[in-house]
Design a binder for this molecule. Sequence first.
Ligand SMILES: [Ca+2]
Ligand SMILES: [Ca+2]
Ligand SMILES: [Ca+2]
Ligand SMILES: [Ca+2]
Length: 331
Amino acid sequence: MKKTLAIATALTTAFLTFSLAQNASALTNVQSDNGLNFDVQDITDEDDGGINDGGNDAFDDFGMIRIQVSDGNGILTNDQELNGFGLTFDGGRRFNTTTPVTVSGINVTRSLFTPAGTNYMRYIDTFTNTSNSALNLLVAWGGDLGSDGITTVAATASGDLTIGTNDTWALTIEDDGGLFNPAGPATDPPVGYVVGNNSILSSIGDYDSNPFVNSWPGNGNEDLAFVYNLSLQAGQSTSLAYFLYRGLQENNTGPLGQQPTTGQEIALAQTVLANLAQNPNFSDLTPQQRGMIANFTTPAATVPEPASTLGLLAVGAIGATSALKRKNKQN
Ligand SMILES: [Ca+2]
Ligand SMILES: [Ca+2]
Ligand SMILES: [Ca+2]
Ligand SMILES: [Ca+2]
């Protein structure tokens, strides 16, 4: 009896160790200025570019994209989450796509960058119409927040507490008092979204329940998505950029010994987000790359289609379908 128990215990321990190792291998950590990590989902079954937790439960998988593709005759792909980008960490602060994903003629690449000295991740997603006809594309960027059923809008660019398509940025917190108090304290790290400065958002969706059809219900719902509507001619490429910010929990000791009190991290986040919306950090991009970003108006002049890169993008596009799946929901 004792021996059986010992074996069972040993097996359980081995299984747990294996499970933890497996789990850890699907993530790459990059530390932010505030000491928390962005744990990027960049391997195997979660090769989607989402942030797994972000530290102190900022996220429960956030930063992925879902798409809907249609042509003149109707919907070709309805509400598909994209996965299998072959995201490769450069050892510094960037992740790049090595296996572009193609769905219904739309070829997609993602690149992630978290600059030193910041607490945000910048995503640039590029969509190329590899078909012979015009396609309409809806893109939902979002996921599941660690703030769960007590998700609370703390601020938006327009000055109200409603996230709308006219907002260039928004901020949500967890209020574990359950009062949806925008003043905090933020009991998870505040999470900020800088989603564009020229209002091409088409809706605010429910990421977990077809965001192209269902609107985000607001406070109390953890499944936030920002939905963009793009029309792409045959051969045309365009990019979307979004910044995902996360601060520190308030009234809790931070990873570097910080002691933010009620409202401090909420106020800091608003300042950073407003600045980013005004001056998005694209300084590392070429004028051509900047000119392709549809949801930010930047000083860069409009640049002709990069026809020479289209063939290259299309080549690696096959075979990602098997990796496409709807992930299990986390809470
Ligand atoms: Ca979490
Ligand atoms: Ca939480
Ligand atoms: Ca959640
Ligand atoms: Ca608003």
